[in-house]
Ligand binder design. Sequence first.
Ligand code: ADP
Length: 203
Amino acid sequence: MILRIVKDEGPITGEQIAERLSLTRATLRPDLAILTMSGYLDARPRVGYFYSGKTGSQLLGEHFRKLMVRDYKSVPAVCQEETSVYDAICTMFLEDVGTLFVVKEGGILTGVISRKDLLKSSMGSQDLQNIPVGVVMSRMPNIVSCHLDESLLDAAAKLIRNQVDSLPVVKEREESDHFEVVGRISKTTITRVFVEMGLGKSV
Ligand code: ADP
């Protein structure tokens, strides 16, 4: 009812809305605060309330764009190019992840190895202890990554567009073309945020 009144009569003061509803201004205060904070109403001092005209999904989109990679990234699971395919499979089980980021000294990203990459190399009856990850991984510069200051929405769009399960979060180093791995954003990260938002938890 508040939204309808403001839509029809705005700008309108809190006092006037309270009058229309036969309530006191004090009773209405928390409702007006919620509607303003969630973006349905705009409030201007000494003028009153305006209807923002934004739909629920527009407001949700605005909220989503404010979530940043730096606040949601998880710890990356890594291995080296020299690591054997056998050991990489063990690491995946131990770390409970589906993708390992391949790094050299200083945590510099050189590649990514996924479940399917490992399955592929396991199909021939080769000695998995003697195949290095470097032979089967996807390699830089063809790795899709994201930055700490990127929005979670942009990272999610990259996951979908590139049909991959996870992105390394990287920090650019002084030396050009060197990216240090500082985190991980996976489809699970996005799903967790989606569920928390749906359950009304603050994310
Ligand atoms: P899975 O192979 O387990 O389904 P993905 O769909 O993530 O996992 O991987 C598909 C292919 O894309 C693999 O060959 C993998 O090496 C590669 N890949 C995975 N993540 C990335 C990424 N962030 N950037 C580039 N290539 C990737």
